[in-house]
Ligand binder design. Sequence first.
Ligand SMILES: [Zn+2]
Length: 63
Amino acid sequence: MFKNIIAPVQAWLLSQGKCVGCGKKLEKKQGKGLVRITCECGRMYMYDEGADSYRRANLNEIK
Ligand SMILES: [Zn+2]
């Protein structure tokens, strides 16, 4: 399945601090806990400063 190939690639990109859509380096914002980061391409991520990791923002966080 296509999805099974894509998921590890996206996880790898995120672990590198890069956008899964355009590959651009995501900025690191200072803040307590989770910080919302919006990529230039419009995708939204949550940056966990404590863990120094990114993940895709879920629907509740986007609105
Ligand atoms: Zn992007």
